[in-house]
Design a binder for this molecule. Structure first.
Ligand code: GCB
Length: 618
């Protein structure tokens, strides 16, 4: 789905700002048919949960309502008028005056509605958006609703980050011509010094199509006619990690010589490939350094914020990090565009986090019920996951920064039914995007001996907390087990292996000369221990520390005002580990830190490890 942009033929009105806001009031059905009777106002974009000094709002399960008045520009006569919501978490219902114009399930992908028939250029309308935060076995991410003894509905879910909800991304009103471009797909390759871009343009009606490619100075470097084809860019400037270069593809629908629609898509020329145990970008081995992140800040929750966007990328650059994973959901499109422009590499993860009932099994790692079954995560869940994959790939396929899709975080890939659940999703993802490698982040219970889906993927991303959830404070034992574990994955599958999560909760200001969990020194020693192991292993392609910054979680006795594994605090102050990472990563330029990497198998026995304690310890 194309991002709304202002072009020669399209205009854009941003609807962000303060909207009227109310919780669903069951006594007054159909709140959209009148002006919301509420003193509350909520900013868009922002999650609503932490805005108000009202526990009832924070804990609300169900619908909330946002409302504002919108005027359609009077110059839009003859144009088609669209509304586009960048996200409504987790379900949205959109009304123009009294008419339902759009409904969408899935909290991290955009949707739009053609409202031309319901509005008049120059006129006003009442825009009401219902947003529902419920997670069930038919949503991605999944969850469940319970009812307490006093009748309150409560949301449960299988991930630790807080279930922020609302309109956390922008809302747009925009115009398109009657005949318009509906989609653009660009896939690039390199032949010597020539860049190759396969393109295809979809339109609402069949029309003559012209495409032109402009370089970063605006000079036209090549052009073609036809809705699909291959463009050659002589003496190409490649998009490289740390050295981004973007071209513009200007797609035009023509009638005679008149341009009836025009849309500009930015793209970079680069290749991504997995060969043996290497991850190659533009044919060169790439070693990932960076983090699993979250969209999370105080007060606005998951609300997109350009100040934090700029600052977070500045901090990544300061650290010498070259990449991050969009754990555990697709981020705002502004984030990917920024990564495209600044040469930061992205592992783009879907919102499929928590497909794992084993986490409820505590020390045993065996849940009260199997994860995949007709009563638990079933065909409906799988269909929601497939739909989500379609929407994420449709939205993000043209971003050069996105080098890999992570289709789930910590699924129960060790359980029966995992293969039946994931194989069709892997096939779907490959069909939708044959150009990018696939991965998933493997939970600690899923070992190289019992994992049922690893062979379906291209890169193996491993989440491990040796020295934190297991062998807490005993980094010597942790080091042995970690090494055996990682070597097992490399040896068994012969694919690139990277660490997608490793981290230790840390209270800034807590110090110790001992290996004392929660101290700044321990976080640093913990990371050092992991790095020693990574540097010893051939076929190891990257390290993403968990987490970039502290973030808010749901209530729980294992968290003190959120997850504290950040290398930065929630307000982005560095802990001591940040300086150590900076020393390790600066100047690497995608190369692996030097170490005596070997393929040898000098491992400790990794079977019967106590890693099952991991999830129970959370
Ligand atoms: C994990 C999850 C991540 C958690 C992290 C932790 O394995 O993937 O979402 O936040 O552990 O800190 O427990």
């Amino acid at each position: 789905m194309l991002k709304p942009r202002s072009t020669l033929t399209r205009e854009l009105v941003n609807l962000d700002g303060l909207w009227r806001f109310a919780l669903e009031d069951t006594d007054v059905p159909e709140p959209w048919i009148r002006t919301l009777d509420s003193k509350l106002e909520a900013p868009v974009p922002s999650s609503y949960n932490d805005l108000f000094a009202d526990q009832k709002i924070r804990d609300h399960v169900g619908w909330v309502w946002y409302q504002r008045t919108v005027r359609v520009p009077r110059g839009w006569t003859g144009e088609r008028v669209f509304l586009r919501l960048d996200a409504a978490t987790h379900e949205g219902k959109v009304y123009v005056d009294d008419v339902l114009v759009a409904q969408h399930v899935g909290g991290y992908t955009p949707f739009e509605a053609d409202i031309t028939e319901h509005v008049a250029p120059g006129g006003e309308f009442r825009l009401t958006v219902g947003v529902n935060n419920e997670l069930t076995t038919a949503t991605i991410p999944p969850g469940g609703i319970t009812v307490s003894q006093d009748g309150r509905r409560q949301q449960t879910y299988l991930h630790d980050f807080y279930n922020y909800a609302g309109l956390a991304r922008s809302v747009w009103l925009y115009s398109k011509p009657d005949r318009h471009i509906t989609d653009i797909t660009i896939a690039t390759g390199i032949l010597g010094r020539t860049g190759v871009a396969d393109y295809s343009i979809a339109a609402s009606q069949e029309t003559r199509v012209r495409v032109r490619v402009l370089d970063a100075t605006g000079r036209e470097v090549t052009s073609a006619e036809g809705s699909q084809g291959t463009l050659s860019i002589e003496d190409v400037s490649l998009w490289r990690p740390g050295a981004a270069y973007l071209y513009d593809l200007v797609a035009e629908l023509l009638e005679g010589e008149d341009v009836i629609d025009s849309y500009t898509e930015h793209f970079g020329v680069r290749t991504v490939e997995v060969r043996g145990t290497q991850f190659l970008i533009n044919g060169e081995p790439f070693y990932f350094t960076g983090f699993g992140k979250h969209e999370d800040t105080a007060v606005r929750g998951k609300g997109h914020d350009n100040a934090y966007l700029v600052h977070d990328f500045q901090l990544l650059e300061w650290l010498g990090a070259n990449s991050f994973r969009t754990s555990h959901y697709p981020y705002a499109e502004e984030v990917l565009e920024f990564a495209d422009r600044h040469g930061i590499v992205v592992v783009n993860e879907t919102a499929a986090v928590g497909l794992n009932l084993g986490v409820q099994g505590g020390l045993t790692g065996v849940g009260p019920k199997p994860t995949f079954s007709p009563e638990t995560f079933n065909h409906e869940t799988q269909a929601a996951h497939a739909q989500h994959l379609r929407e994420v790939i449709a939205r993000d396929k043209n971003h050069p920064s996105v080098v890999m899709w992570s289709i789930a975080n910590e699924p129960a890939s060790n359980e029966d039914g995992a293969r039946e659940f994931f194989e069709p999703l892997v096939q779907l993802a490959r069909k939708l995007d044959p150009t990018r490698p696939l991965t998933y982040a493997a939970v600690m219970f899923a070992t190289f001996q019992n994992d049922k889906i690893a062979d379906l993927f291209d890169v193996l991303s491993i989440n491990r907390y040796y020295g934190w959830y297991v062998f807490t404070g005993d980094l010597a034992t942790a080091e042995q087990y970690l090494e055996g574990d990682l070597r097992g994955w490399v040896k068994t599958f012969g694919k690139p292996v990277m660490m997608s999560e490793y981290g230790a909760d840390t209270m800034p200001g807590q110090h110790s000369i001992w290996d004392l969990p929660w101290s700044e020194e321990y976080q640093q020693s913990f990371l050092d221990m992991n790095h020693r192991v990574f540097d010893r292993i051939e076929g190891f392609v990257g390290e993403h520390v968990w987490n970039f910054a502290d973030f808010q979680t749901s209530n729980g006795i294992h968290r003190v005002d959120g997850n504290r594994k950040g290398v930065f605090t929630r307000d982005r102050k560095p802990k001591a580990a940040a300086h150590a990472l900076r020393a390790r990563w600066t100047g690497l330029s995608g190369a692996k830190p030097s170490g005596n990497a070997t393929t040898s198998d000098q491992t400790t026995e990794t079977e019967a490890r106590p890693e099952a304690a991991l999830e129970g310890a959370k």
